[in-house]
Design a protein around this ligand. Structure first.
Ligand SMILES: NC(=O)c1ccc[n+]([C@@H]2O[C@H](COP(=O)([O-])OP(=O)(O)OC[C@H]3O[C@@H](n4cnc5c(N)ncnc54)[C@H](O)[C@@H]3O)[C@@H](O)[C@H]2O)c1
Length: 439
């Protein structure tokens, strides 16, 4: 988030110094390499470095010395009890406080619980000899669309009680809202909560649909029909209604948990949020009972091809990815897995090594597998060559956690097809289990 923020601010003509304690990352960026996969970031990253507006350092002093505005884009991971761990943010605040030489605005861009701006203010004030303001400016960009989202935000939320800081933030963000989208000013606490409320609402919307999908399976309805029927109501909207094997990523799980924890700390029990977490936890392995059932209660010795490791398409981020939960469940049950993901295999290999095998492309992953399991809806997987699937798989069986294919399309191709919230289909002329290996 910090790199996208810094690069996009450079793109509108600002001079930006990005600071990171990870020397390897800084070395990479200095040599002109973007350390994450994020569409379109490379182009503006290179341009702004070339034009001298974007710099990287591990030296906080070098960056603070010339800064008018300092963005804190630090990690806020879940602490042991699920609340947001503010140690990175508060440590940096203290370090910055010692270095300030003139009026500066510190901006909390990390996702932080209500009251953090006051904590950051107190931490900086312990050391600062000059005037400063602390502003809350939560970030709503989505991984995979981060650059577009940052350059053309639906809205910018700024929490501040300082007129001076408000003016600086308004000038900074004006170039991004020329189409008329609002910069919404409010108090710091409301700004902090806006981010959590937005993420929790979206996580609840996904989870609600997953429950409807599970119920569809119980009563023989088709969730994709229900989704379209619901989504055309403008009060509901078409987006975020796709059922699947749960939400993951670095934001929704941690933010939903942190909001529940903030609620508990304030003596408020968030019942909806608690249910969202519980249902999502179950949903991540919702395919498992279906797989085990299909193989008569035992998948020991079975081998599966798995498409998609990233928590969603167009990113190499695997934090809290449902695919990892599937891999854990499959291998624990005695199965083996060969996976393919266009961007995330390196990160998975770093995390779990040779617990699974990695394929060079989506078709190589299928070789000799009993069935294909789909965990992430990369566009690449949407229109596969079904003939190659048939050749490589032992059986024409697909377990799809993202509902990528039409049911009649799959029966047409002669597949046994299990998805989320829809009927299981089996081609009439090719019932499950009738094909033998290499047949
Ligand atoms: N990833 C997103 O899509 C997204 C979107 C909106 C908000 N956020 C929020 O932004 C924050 C950061 O998330 P992220 O996904 O970018 O995390 P990240 O882990 O990818 O990046 C954080 C960076 O901070 C660096 N860092 C740690 N301690 C440091 C220090 N003392 N000084 C300098 N650098 C330090 C780390 O080395 C790392 O490169 C979180 O609060 C997250 O909730 C993220």
């Amino acid at each position: 988030m910090g790199l996208v923020t810094g690069t996009c601010f450079a793109e509108t003509g600002n001079h930006v110094v990005c600071v990171d304690i990870n020397a390897e990352k800084v070395r990479m960026m200095r040599s002109g390499k973007v350390p994450i996969y994020e569409p379109h970031l490379d182009v503006i990253f290179e341009r702004n470095i070339r034009q001298g507006r974007l710099h990287f350092t591990t030296d906080l002093k070098e960056a603070v010395d010339h800064a008018e505005i300092i963005f804190l884009a630090l990690p806020t991971p879940p602490g042991e009890d699920g609340s947001a761990d503010l140690s990175y943010v508060l440590k940096a605040a203290g370090d910055i406080g010692r270095l300030l030489k003139r009026y500066t605005v510190l901006v909390d861009k990390s996702t932080v619980p209500v009251g953090t701006a006051e904590k950051v203010h107190a931490e900086v004030a312990k050391y600062a000899q000059v005037e400063f303001d602390v502003v809350s400016n939560p970030e709503f960009l989505r991984e995979g669309f981060a650059v577009d989202d940052f350059l053309k935000p639906d809205r910018v939320v700024v929490g501040t009680s300082s007129e001076r800081a408000r003016k600086l933030m308004e000038d900074l963000y004006k170039p991004f809202v020329r189409q008329g989208n609002p910069i919404i000013f409010m108090d710091e606490r409301s700004a902090e909560l806006t981010k959590y409320a937005a993420n929790a609402f979206l996580a609840a919307k996904i989870t609600f649909m997953n429950e409807i999908a599970n119920f569809c399976e119980a009563v023989g309805a088709d969730v994709d029909k229900v989704r379209i029927g619901m989504g055309t109501d403008s009060r509901i909207g078409k987006r975020f209604l796709f059922p699947g094997i749960g939400y993951g990523g670095s934001c929704f799980p941690k933010d939903v948990q942190a909001l529940a924890k903030s609620g508990a700390e304030a003596g408020y029990e968030f019942r909806i949020i608690n249910s969202v977490m519980e249902v999502n936890e179950r949903q991540k392995t919702a395919l498992m009972p279906k797989i085990i059932d299909y193989y008569g209660g035992d998948i020991k010795g079975r081998h599966f091809a798995l498409w998609g490791l990233a928590f969603k398409p167009d990113t190499d981020d695997i934090r809290e990815a449902p695919a990892l939960y599937m891999i854990e469940a499959l291998t624990k049950a005695g199965a083996t897995v060969t996976a393919f993901d266009p961007e995330a295999m390196g990160n998975v290999e770093k995390l779990i090594g040779d617990k699974i095998a990695y394929a060079k492309d989506e078709y190589a992953a299928l070789q000799g597998a009993d069935a294909l399991i789909i965990c992430t809806e990369w566009a690449l997987f949407r229109t596969p060559d079904f003939g190659r699937l048939e050749q490589a798989l032992k059986e024409k069986t697909v377990f799809d956690g993202r509902n990528l294919y039409e049911l009649d399309e799959m029966t047409g191709h002669g597949f046994h097809y299990v998805s989320i919230g829809r009927n299981v289909v089996t081609a009439a002329h090719s019932p499950a289990h009738t094909r033998t290996a290499n047949a």
